[in-house]
Design a binder for this molecule. Sequence first.
Ligand code: SF4
Ligand code: SF4
Length: 350
Amino acid sequence: MTILQPPASPQLEQPLKLTVSFTAACNLACRHCYARCNEAKGRPELTAEQWRRVLGEAMEAGVISFYFEGGEPFARTDFLEILGFVARRALTRVRTNGTLMTVDLARRVKSVGVASVYVDLMGARPDTHDWFTGVEGSFERTCEGVRALEREGVPVTTLIVLTRQNAGQIQEFLELSHGLGAKEAAILRLYPIGRARESWARFALTLNEQMDVLAGLRHPKGLKVMQSWHPNNGNCCWQMAAVNPWGDSIGCAYLREFVNYGNVLSTPFLETWRHPLYRELRAGRVDHSCGECSRREGTHGGCRATAFAFHGRWDAPDPFDEPLNDGIDLRELPGWMLQESQGPQTEAGS
Ligand code: SF4
Ligand code: SF4
């Protein structure tokens, strides 16, 4: 393998994609929730009117793809209105825990023009899933939600975040997804943010353990299987933006505890995009990367969020990338990650 400085990321005048963390409210209370849902934040979330203004501004600026998540976006009764407002004009996808999905709601999601829905499963078995969510019966309700969406013709991607507790169920997860009618299933890595950060040692696997799980999978015929490890986890900061429920511009949902580029209620969205640290992350400058993959896939040293979490530097390689792991044990977070307050810390990394 050749280790070299990768070419710089493409430079844009505006992001192509925006993640909208619509609300921090959720009807579940997952032990590993990266959004720390349902913990009091003491700040009012953006109203529907404010979201309309901000998202309208983003569409005017040229954002073409919107990804709504939460919390549980459907927990807010004004969500469908905002969804319809955006889905009429841009590619729109939604991430949900699926438990509030009914046939009627699935019909409305379809009718407003949502392109696809991502539904989280925490395990492939009821006891594992419900242990994570803290809500008995949530597994069955999530599965029903997937069925309702599929029945109404809304394409579903099922998601699972790989943890020590569900590592032995990933094959079952693929089969379950296939059986529920999903066309796609995605296995995501655990990020050290939110409640997962607090309980990291309990949930995290070594990189070898993670690779072994992925290597042992048999893909059911007709099911597209995605995963978020190297080289599929390239540095995508160059095209991304994200806004949290309170209007903070945070670049990406996975950067939520590390940066804050300004609040879109007081600063125009594109102005936050021009924040010096934001520009730096988008440039794709890393001290080393996998040469072959960087050229071929544009990986640019992998994800900036996990690079920063494990190295405390924005130009470090991503230790979840096998060729760039450099001997880091992913079960152990650096001391500062275990001690620091959880709020956005723009200055910490600048
Ligand atoms: S369902 Fe999703 S948003 Fe809700 S608590 Fe669980 S991880 Fe967080
Ligand atoms: S922090 Fe990671 S996942 Fe988020 S945009 Fe940057 S590279 Fe992509």
